[in-house]
Design a protein around this ligand. Structure first.
Ligand code: M6R
Length: 364
């Protein structure tokens, strides 16, 4: 049942290229995106003046990437909130609100409560979920399935990359509906999505060096992830993955926030994973790397191949192929998933069933 792998998590990480293809197939052709059966159309979009994204855990991180995409490609401002916060704060919602919820299982109690609350106030609810016929799929007015296939491991992996893929598809779709997405951008994004599965494969092919790094460092007691923009979202997700399966304390910071406090925690030998895949903030990341290096940090940088020269500034470099900056979150997170996995294995943790965690949080 684990397909010859030691853990479901590994099986599911290896299934990511196929899952990505299944998430995109039939939804992106040439330079236009379509979702069969979706009610949300340009007429409805005219009335939407507020978009909110609500989710929990990993799905929340996919929502953060979504916010970035929606604002960039559809030029609409988006609020994002953890479902457990949203449901208890009397959110501003009316019939001109589009609520987008994201949930792998479709059964998360807080997310479901958020849907009910927003629907009562007249919002239109669109769910992005993996499980057909789940409670969330049934209660939302529109559903986009991520098509990742069953996810068994508690740590969400293939569901996340497909959620991010669906966020990019949805951002393109909204941009099409409101006329804010140009033809060139649309074609560029469709092309980018169509090659993500191959890009994920190139990261999956690098497991030897990730395992080697994990075996050499499994006794660490904390780890920092730094990134800007889309890379910051990837850092949050990597940090959650590490916490939940390896029990190593970690922090993910928007790199510019570092000197507002957390840099005090960087010491001789502290491991810092610097995710630097975004060209427009690459130089800013370099400065942050220099700051932590000056305090003795061991820096592992993740960059696009074109920036391999960063090797002279850091202790170790992992590369992704050169690609459109907007699709880097998909292959990059796979490095962080594998890092969490191999650290957990090296520490003899029960990877598929971490202590005190359930696959789906159906009660508060
Ligand atoms: O099924 P959902 O996507 O609604 O679940 C949300 C979170 O409970 C979930 O993503 C959790 O954070 C994962 N264990 C993370 O790997």
């Amino acid at each position: 049942e684990k397909g010859g792998y030691d853990h479901f998590m590994m099986k599911e990480m290896m299934e990511q290229p196929k899952a990505m293809n299944d998430a995109i197939t039939g939804r992106c052709s040439g330079n236009s995106v379509s979702f069969s059966g979706l009610h949300l159309d340009s007429e409805m979009m005219k009335h939407i003046n507020r978009i909110q994204i609500v989710a929990c855990g990993t799905a929340y991180h996919a929502g953060m990437v979504g916010k970035y995409y929606f604002e960039k490609f559809a030029r609409v401002s988006v609020e994002i909130e953890a479902a457990s916060e949203y449901r208890y704060k009397n959110p501003i919602v009316d019939k001109n609100t589009l609520l987008i919820v994201i949930s792998q299982s479709g059964e998360t109690a807080d997310t479901l409560a958020a849907i009910r609350l927003a629907k009562d106030k007249g919002a239109w609810v669109l769910a992005v979920t993996n499980v057909v016929g789940s409670s969330i799929a049934r209660e939302a007015q529109d559903v986009i399935y991520t098509n990742a296939g069953p996810e068994i491991a508690v740590a969400s992996t293939k569901a996340y990359v497909t959620q991010v893929g669906c966020m990019l598809l949805l951002a393109s779709y909204l941009g099409q509906l409101n006329g804010k997405l140009g033809k060139n951008d649309a074609a560029r994004l469709c092309h980018g999505l169509s090659i993500t599965s191959g890009l994920i494969e190139t990261v999956l092919d690098n497991q030897d060096k990730i395992k080697k790094f994990a075996d050499a460092n499994h006794e660490i007691y904390d780890l920092f992830y730094l990134g800007r923009g889309l890379d910051y979202c990837t850092c949050l997700e990597g940090s959650l993955k590490l916490k939940e399966i390896s029990y190593i304390h970690s922090e993910a910071y928007a790199a510019g926030e570092l000197k507002h406090g957390p840099i005090a925690l960087i010491d001789e030998g502290t491991i810092v994973v610097a995710v630097c895949t975004q060209e427009h903030v690459f130089e800013k990341m370099l400065s942050n790397i220099k700051e932590v290096k000056a305090r003795g940090a061991y820096v592992l940088a993740i960059v696009q191949q074109a920036h391999e020269e960063i090797a002279s500034e850091v202790d170790e470099v992992w590369t992704i192929p050169n690609m459109d900056d907007d699709i880097t979150p998909i292959p990059t997170v796979v490095y962080l998933q594998l890092l969490a996995y191999y650290l957990a294995v090296a520490r003899d943790c029960d990877v598929d069933k971490p202590k005190n965690l359930a696959k789906s949080v159906t009660v508060e």
